[in-house]
Structures are given as structure tokens and as C-alpha cells.
Ligand binder design. Sequence first.
Ligand code: NAD
Ligand code: MLT
Length: 311
Amino acid sequence: MSKPVVLIAEELSPATIEALGPDFEVRRADGADRDELLPALADVDAVLIRSATRMDAEAIAAAKRLKVIARAGVGLDNVDVESATQAGIMVVNAPTSNITSAAELAIGLLLATARNIAPANQALKAGAWKRSQYSGVELLDKTVGVLGLGRIGTLVAERLKGFGMKILAYDPYSSAAKAGQLGAQLVGLDELLAQSDFITIHLPRTPETVGLIGEEALAKVKPSVRIINAARGGIVDEAALARAIAEGRVAGAGIDVFATEPTTESPLFEHESVVVTPHLGASTEEAQEKAGIAVARSVRLALGGELVPDA
Ligand code: NAD
Ligand code: MLT
């Protein structure tokens, strides 16, 4: 009898293959290349992806034998879960695999914006010793606004508490009790925007959150604010943020995710006070290993006809 086929559509940790074991035929394709992905999906039982593969209605229709879509990470916004469900395809992810890595990157971006680490590094390596130009601000006693007090927002809040920051949080689906346990105060969006010295975004990309940090929100912030987005592209309106920085209405930003990815262009790239990374939130050895093992286990269980527990 032939083995079930698992298509690996993106770069995943070698631990993924080990965790799958010998019972599957493993194939590979570049999930970001539609011309390669669609035919490759035709006769596979499971597909393993990260964020570059769009498993939309077209891809799902092309995958006649598909039983499982496994996302080695958190966000499912590149998977059309409704079409998959209609087609009887199970969608699994690894919701806790990379949360520490994403939280740590957000804090890295926040510190980088506070202390001008990226432009100072660039200037010094280019031969300029600019001590006075790159003076920054401390975190101690500053206010940070956490947008989205879920898994990652919580880890970020806990860690920033250690820096002596006052924590405000906006999350209509969270509770004052949970925020209180973290030493954070749950507030409305307008209050968070008006009070924060730093704003860090940890929201899913949904119709409600796309463009949330746009012209209107940016009109309410302090000019000294620094904005961090290591959640999803599109939640921050890049053009509006670039304008606010150019006009001195925002002091800086740390951005890991973009409305279109991959990209090498954004109006934000023109500003020295913006530090950017190419969607590196989950890019650590530890997170990739955890994500790969978690989804490989889920695929084994699902294709074996067993119940897949919530991660
Ligand atoms: P989560 O589901 O645990 O938390 C999200 C929180 O946002 C929840 O508490 C929810 O109540 C809140 N929320 C939802 N809609 C909201 C709204 N309209 N206004 C205010 N709050 C709202 O998710 P998480 O694991 O913490 O992940 C957060 C984000 O980080 C996701 O977008 C995820 O895809 C992204 N992420 C990015 C990377 C990266 O590589 N940069 C890595 C991991 C996760
Ligand atoms: C996620 O949602 O898990 C991250 O964006 C990381 C990834 O795409 O691997």
C-alpha cells in the first residue's frame, strides 16, 4: 500500500521530518510560487506551510485529496479556513510554538527604537561617530500601550514590567482581572493612544484590526511615541505612519511585518527612526523546532484518523 503524501511547502525545521517519522512520503514545493504549488497539491494528503503559502479557495480546490492543512506557526490569515472546512479539510496550527520568540523580537524592536541602535550601527560602520545625534530615551517609568492582551501581548507585558514600565492594554475580549494579574490596566483605545510613550501591537489581522493604526489613530498619539508591530502587516497603515514620522507626529517605529510580503519597498524604509526586520518574529531555532514538531504530530494523528487535541 502506498504511503500518505505530505507536501512541505516552506522551509521548516529538520525536526519536522523526524517527528513525521517513516510512515509518509514527503515531497517539497515552493508554496510562494503558485505555478509550482497548485499542481503539487493535486495528490497530497497533507500540506505543511508557514506564512508565505496562500491556502485560499483556489489552492484548496486544486487539492483533491487533501485532508490536513498544517500551519507551523500562529496566524491562520493565509488559510481560507471556511473553504477548507467546506471541503472537509482539517486546519491545524501551532499556536504556542513561537510566542516567546515573537515577544522577544517585539522587545528587541522596542529597545532598538528607544536607543537608535539601527541607525547608530549603520552610521558607525560607514565611518561616522555620532554620539549626540543618537541620544535616546529610557524605558523606566514610561508608559507602554499593549494592543491585544493575548498570548504574545501577555508575554511582552510581563517582560516590560521588568523594565519598570507602566502597562496599559487595549483588548475588548480580555478582562480587567487578567490585566490586573499582570500589573496592567485595561483601557479604551483612545486612552491608550493618548497616554503611551510606546505602543506595541499583538493583534490578529481581522477586518476589525486592518488599518487600526491609521490616520485617525495617529492623530491621537503623543509626538514622542514609538510604535512596534511584530503582529501582522496591514494593522498599521504604513503610508500614514511614514507621514506621521515625517511630520514629527510620531518619534519612531519598529516594524517586522508588512501589508505585502515579501517586500523590499515601504514608505517607512525612508526614515532613519524606523527599524525594520523581514518578518523574523518566529525565526529562532527554538520556535521553528517547536512549530515543526507540533504540526508533524498533528498531521500524524489526523492522517491516522485520531483526534487532534488543541495545542
Ligand atoms: P492571541 O490570539 O493569543 O492574542 C490576540 C489578542 O488580540 C487576543 O487577546 C484578542 O482578544 C485580541 N483582539 C482580537 N481582536 C481585537 C481587536 N479588534 N481589538 C483589540 N484586541 C483584539 O494571538 P497571539 O498568539 O498573541 O498573536 C498575536 C499576533 O502576532 C497574531 O497576529 C499572530 O499572527 C502574530 N504573530 C506574528 C509573528 C511574527 O513572526 N512576527 C509570530 C507569531 C505571531
Ligand atoms: C506566525 O503567525 O506564526 C508568524 O507570523 C511566523 C511565521 O509565519 O512562521
